[in-house]
Design a protein around this ligand. Structure first.
Ligand code: GLU
Length: 490
């Protein structure tokens, strides 16, 4: 049987790292087994829907190169792929459960249910509409059909079979057993006629012939309900895999938008309102994919820098971790750097032109700047920052760095270099080795020489390779920067 997996987001806001990882694992599994990756939009809860989130989800997947084989935009033989367009299907399937007595109508008003909740609160219990108390409520099990004629509001509830333990199997966590009283007689069809998540989700997984359900751990408590639904229809279940939580950097609690804001890192793939995404922060799609895939899985070898082809090759679903994965932005940045280093400068320019708009005014210069900076750039945004050092004289000299220089020695170094270049005692390409030879004779350390020249060229003690800068800016600009620093020191 060919593998069919689905990513089934609800359009209730932007995708975050967790959702992205779910999408990615599904996609990888489909690719690995030459199967089908389906996008299904679970939009039955219209109250929770957030405008533009469906488009956001699609844009985010497409930025990462995760292309669904079937879905609301690509179509496919099992559509529609938006749940709000499948209501007739759910209605028919709900009717089947009523007929087989696996579900029942319930007529309880919101205030009846609130009363029951309040009563239980007094005794310290949590309310569950279940096999233990369903006969105390207003439903088709307790009321005769004449009496319910006038009641308009009704829902359909799943009847959890009594006296029978429920066993569910998760490929990552093994077998989980729960007793029937622990599970609620969940609403399947709401008073407005729309299905709930549980119902639509199971019906669609069955009808869309899903073989593996891969989703976040937060859905694990729903699994017994889903299992009972499968049993009620006599269907086999797909295989289930519930992915571990993604924890914040401290490893305490689930990663939240607030954690990202507090510590200054993105948690969405693309910009969402005021929050910059990984894209705008300067991540390559391949850098982010590489990082995200390692949140909950690792290859058997120690190899960490992986492109999607290698990931698909190495991925083994039975190696998905059970424990929570700690989010580590620095590691993400480090991996991104490795992916930037691997790319040809021309490719970087062609694929991400927005990051190189201001670094130079023609393509040739841009490419040579990219090549010079590439080794050090961890984020695409670094190119603009670093290129500024090539294309502009320092606007100021960093105070802390200045205090590390010996003024008198620095002036000697600068003057010797300036004059030697100026009267052609040595050529631009050789200045470094010439200066090192001279320093040895005159008693200047390599560090003293290079730090002084670095200050003159970029205004601080950090920055790109000095020889690269000097050959990029040329002799005249080099002399000018030396001169300015001499003037400043004097
Ligand atoms: N619509 C659910 C979500 O938003 C899908 C959960 C599942 O994959 O079953 O995550």
């Amino acid at each position: 049987m060919s593998v069919r997996v689905r990513f089934a987001p609800s359009p209730t806001g932007p995708l975050h790292i967790g959702g992205l990882r779910t999408a990615l694992y599904n996609y990888i599994l489909a690719k690995k087994h030459k199967g089908t990756f389906i996008l299904r939009i679970e939009d039955t809860d219209k109250k929770r829907e957030v405008e533009k989130s469906e488009k956001y989800i699609l844009d985010a997947l497409s930025w990462l190169g995760i292309k669904p084989n079937e879905g609301p935009f690509s179509g496919g033989p099992y559509g529609p792929y938006r749940q709000s367009e499948r209501n007739n299907i759910y209605k028919a399937y709900a009717k089947r459960l009523i007929d087989s007595k696996s579900a029942y109508y319930a007529y309880d008003s919101e205030s009846d249910l609130n009363k029951a909740r309040e009563n239980l609160k007094k005794t310290g219990g949590a309310f569950k509409y279940n096999s233990a108390n369903r006969l105390l409520f207003n439903n088709s099990l307790t009321l005769d059909s004449k009496k319910v004629k006038g009641i308009k509001e009704k829902v359909i509830r799943l009847k959890i079979p009594e006296n029978k333990k429920i066993n569910v199997d998760d490929q990552i966590r093994g077998r989980i057993t729960v007793s029937p009283e622990e599970v609620e007689d969940k609403v399947l069809i709401k008073a407005d006629g729309m299905p709930t998540y549980h119902f639509a989700n199971v019906i669609d997984d069955y009808l869309m012939k899903i073989t593996h359900v891969i989703r976040g751990e937060e859905w694990l408590p729903s699994l017994p309900i889903h299992k009972i639904l499968y049993d009620a229809y006599g269907w086999n279940t797909p295989k289930f895999m519930h992915l571990p939580l993604i924890l914040n950097t401290a490893g305490k609690g689930k990663l939240s938008k607030r954690d990202g804001e507090k510590e200054g890192y993105p948690i969405f793939p693309l910009r969402w309102k005021d929050s910059l995404g990984f894209k705008e922060t300067g991540f390559l799609p391949e850098g982010l994919i590489n990082y995200i895939v390692l949140l909950g899985w690792s290859p058997e070898s120690d190899k960490e820098i992986l492109n999607i082809r290698e990931i698909v090759e190495l991925f083994k679903e039975d190696k998905i971790h059970k424990g929570g994965a700690r989010f580590d932005f620095e590691k993400a940045v480090w991996l991104n750097q490795k992916h930037i280093q691997k790319k040809a400068p021309e490719k970087l320019l062609k694929k991400f032109p927005e990051f190189f708009k201001n670094i130079a005014d023609n393509e040739k210069l841009k490419v040579s700047l990219i090549a010079l900076i590439q080794e050090r750039a961890a984020l695409l945004t670094d190119f603009e920052k670093e290129s500024f050092l090539f294309t502009n004289s320092p606007a100021k000299y960093d105070i802390n760095s200045l205090s590390r220089l010996d003024e008198k020695k620095s002036l000697q170094i600068l003057k010797y270099l300036h004059d030697s270049l100026n009267n052609k005692k040595f050529v631009l390409d050789n200045w470094k080795s010439e200066m090192m030879g001279w320093g040895k004779q005159e008693g200047f350390s390599a560090k003293e020489i290079m730090q002084t020249i670095r200050m003159a060229l970029v205004g601080s003690l950090k920055g790109p390779d000095l020889v690269s800068i000097s050959s990029f800016i040329g002799k005249d600009a080099f002399l000018k920067r030396l001169n300015s620093f001499i003037g400043f020191l004097k």
